[in-house]
Design a protein around this ligand. Structure first.
Ligand code: ATP
Ligand code: MG
Length: 161
């Protein structure tokens, strides 16, 4: 369905903002005012963003900021979600999108999860013809990026000049 992505994203962040105050985690939003109408499966993209933000909360100590940044870049919109948590060692970064992979099993045992969240996120983003990737500095924090196709044209506007 056609979704007003800015509005959709604000709603998701609003929902997490309330939960995250328990861990004293705050959100910083950088979401353009420009309306971005995109054709997405809203339930699936909600699951993608929910998992990324939950990870940001789960793998961060108390305090810190989660930054949500949306931008329109060429034929895509690009969303990034950055945390100031434990980070991911370089050698593990490729594997976090694999099914059941969890960094450091000893550490992970104390934190709930199955290791499926990002594998599902990758599958859903690819089904939308987007890309998903990670940048992380061990001990500093993690940013997950993903893109979704977005022409930038509003309803009724033509691609032809
Ligand atoms: P699930 O999402 O199924 O509840 P999970 O969170 O362990 O379980 P994924 O979301 O797929 O699984 O993440 C895989 C692993 O990648 C995590 O177990 C964790 O080790 C690492 N990881 C993911 N996101 C972060 C993050 N923001 N900071 C640090 N480590 C992360
Ligand atoms: Mg997860």
């Amino acid at each position: 369905e056609e979704v007003d992505f800015n509005h959709f994203l604000h709603n998701i962040v609003d929902r997490f903002e309330m939960i995250a105050t328990e861990k004293n985690i705050h959100f910083a939003r950088s979401i353009p005012k420009e309306q971005m109408l995109v054709h997405i499966d809203q339930d699936k993209i909600t699951q993608v963003i929910d998992n990324i933000i939950s990870n940001g909360i789960k793998y961060s100590p108390d305090g810190g900021t989660i930054a949500v940044h949306l931008l329109h870049q060429g034929n895509n919109l690009r969303l990034s979600i950055s945390d100031q948590g434990v980070g991911i060692p370089r050698e593990s970064q490729k594997k976090i999108f694999d099914r059941f992979y969890r960094v450091d099993k000893a550490r992970a045992r104390n934190i709930g999860g199955t290791g499926l969240g990002l594998a599902i996120a990758k599958e859903f983003v690819h089904a939308h013809r987007g890309e998903i990737w990670v940048e992380s500095e061990y001990g500093e924090g993690t940013t997950i990026y993903f893109t979704l196709p977005y022409s930038g044209f509003k309803r009724g506007e033509s691609d032809y000049v």
